[in-house]
Design a protein around this ligand. Structure first.
Ligand code: ARG
Length: 516
């Protein structure tokens, strides 16, 4: 009896112990999953030493990245970084595609209208960078008047540059590109965050660039979060903790020399007022952008058609090397992305020529028109060649037998017919070109799309503005397609013949009748 009850108790204790261990195990396995919330953090990693691609190509690195990882540990949040353009960060926060953004982002009153900021985590300011050979000419902000300035889109540097009277401002996707532009000699100065410019000079290939004058502004970087995000407090507490524990100082000294500046609890900028969005401004900007887009398309179609015709003639000529050359050209320009071609022409060619010791730089308009024309020439060549070759050989023979020369045959017999057949694909190409002009925004060309981007960068109304931009493109392509179908109808010999036959315009005449 006693033995039995002892066994009973032993078994009970054993089972309970196992159950307890299991429970602890499951709990400790599940609890980090349950408690560790995932935070998607947006960043634009072309802003060293704050955020950049790690040298081994694996992941991101930089002061901001380290700091946010530490915040994640402190606040028990799992951090997932997501790279995106700087001017896309605030829209992404608004749409909650990301839960936070760390990107050397200055706390400004305008931004604070659409997103919430953490407490300031870094003191920064804008600086002017110039080429060493012009440092006697530009020493301060006032010397920037009427100069060519490069800035990064949507940044405080871009805003500051707007204040310079008579300056010609080019906007790039990030400050690395803007600094490259300065180094290549196409602009006179760059207005950018001082620590970033100084770092680029220190480690980059910018040995001909220098920072001049005093800092233009005092700015504080903050972590941006969606409005009323529950994480603001967690992030703030974590930053406090890192500041107090000395971990912040450690991180600071890993990336910068000296002691970190004392940080205020609230950025001074938050006492100001933000810029407002206005529809009339939007329409005005889009109107100018549309004019630039139309001009770009017209110029590129003009030069593209000349090039395309020459290529088409070359590709059907009997002289073989000419045929091959035009094939190589067409294959290259059709087979590589237009975006890559634009970069090759605008950034690649000048730096190649400069490396040969020559002074050369491309004007933005020239580069844009060159890239678009070279590209569309390849497509147009194929359309023109196809059109000409689609005309039956019998027509050549007939014309020849009537004693017409090659030129006469081409001009009066072949081309008019071929042209009509080319119209539908030409229409397609034209519409494609209108849309493709938006790609030159990447080299800072202020056409329609760029105008929209620039407005989003200051007002953060991404949906309204991009919808308006899309509608303007739609309007342009719609007009183009109407013009082409009108041309097609006008050049239709059947209709023309029937019109001539009965001037009162019975367009309904059947084919058989009209041909008799
Ligand atoms: N501090 C500047 C601003 O907020 C520039 C920040 C740019 N950051 C970046 N990762 N590209 O406007």
């Amino acid at each position: 009896m006693n033995k039995n009850s002892l066994q009973f108790w032993l078994r009970r204790i054993g089972l309970s112990a196992i159950a307890l261990l299991l429970a602890i195990g499951i709990h400790s396995y599940l609890s980090p999953l349950a408690a560790q919330e995932v935070l998607k953090v947006g960043t634009e990693p072309a802003f060293p030493p704050f955020e950049m691609q790690a040298p081994d190509g694996k992941g991101l690195t930089g002061f901001d990245i380290d700091l946010f990882r530490a915040i994640g540990e402190e606040a028990n949040l799992e951090i997932q970084f997501q790279s995106m353009p700087f001017d896309g960060l605030i829209p992404a926060l608004q749409s909650q595609t990301i839960n936070a953004a760390i990107s050397g982002m200055t706390i400004t009153a305008e931004r604070a209208q659409t997103v919430d900021f953490s407490r300031p985590y870094f003191q920064s300011g804008l600086a002017i960078a110039v080429r060493k050979d012009s440092k006697d000419e530009i020493k301060s902000f006032d010397d920037l008047e009427n100069k060519k300035i490069a800035v990064a889109i949507g940044t405080t540097g871009a805003q500051e540059a707007q204040k310079i009277s008579g300056a010609e401002i080019s906007t790039f996707d990030n400050s690395a590109l803007a600094l490259q532009e300065l180094s290549n000699g196409r602009v006179d100065a760059v207005v950018n965050d001082a620590p970033v410019t100084l770092y680029a000079i220190k480690v980059g290939n910018l040995n001909n660039v220098e920072v001049v004058g005093e800092l233009l502004t005092e700015e504080y970087y903050g972590i941006a979060l969606p409005k009323n995000s529950p994480n603001v407090e967690k992030v703030d507490d974590a930053i406090d903790e890192l500041l107090q524990s000395g971990r912040y100082r450690e991180l600071y000294q890993k990336w910068f020399a000296g002691e970190p500046a004392k940080l205020p609890l609230v950025a001074p900028a938050l006492k100001g007022e933000g810029a407002a969005f206005s529809w009339s401004q939007l329409f005005r900007n889009l109107f100018w952008g549309a004019l630039v887009t139309i001009m770009l398309t017209a110029l590129s179609v003009f030069f593209g058609t000349i090039g395309g015709t020459l290529l088409a003639v070359a590709s059907i000529s009997d002289f073989k090397p000419l045929t091959w050359l035009s094939r190589i050209y067409i294959d290259f320009f059709r087979g590589t992305p237009l975006l890559v071609q634009i970069f090759m022409i605008y950034f690649g060619i000048p730096s190649l020529i400069q490396s040969m010791g020559l002074d050369f730089s491309f004007n933005r308009l020239l580069a844009a028109v060159t890239a678009l024309s070279l590209n569309s020439a390849a497509y147009l060549a194929e359309i023109i060649r196809g059109g000409i070759q689609s005309i039956d050989i019998g027509q050549w023979e007939a014309s020849q037998s009537m004693g017409m020369s090659w030129r006469q045959t081409m001009r009066y017999v072949i081309f008019p017919q071929a042209f009509r057949r080319m119209l539908p694909p030409l229409g397609n190409e034209f519409i494609t070109l209108i849309k493709d002009t938006s790609l030159v925004a990447i080299i800072g060309f202020e056409e329609l799309f760029r105008q929209g981007q620039l407005m989003v960068a200051t007002t953060y109304r991404s949906f309204a503005i991009y919808t308006a931009v899309a509608l303007v493109y739609l309007l342009l392509t719609f007009i183009a397609s109407r013009v082409f179908s009108w041309l097609e109808k006008r050049l239709d010999p059947v209709k023309r013949a029937s019109k001539q036959a009965s001037p009162k315009g019975s367009a309904k005449t059947g084919i058989g009748e009209s041909l008799t």
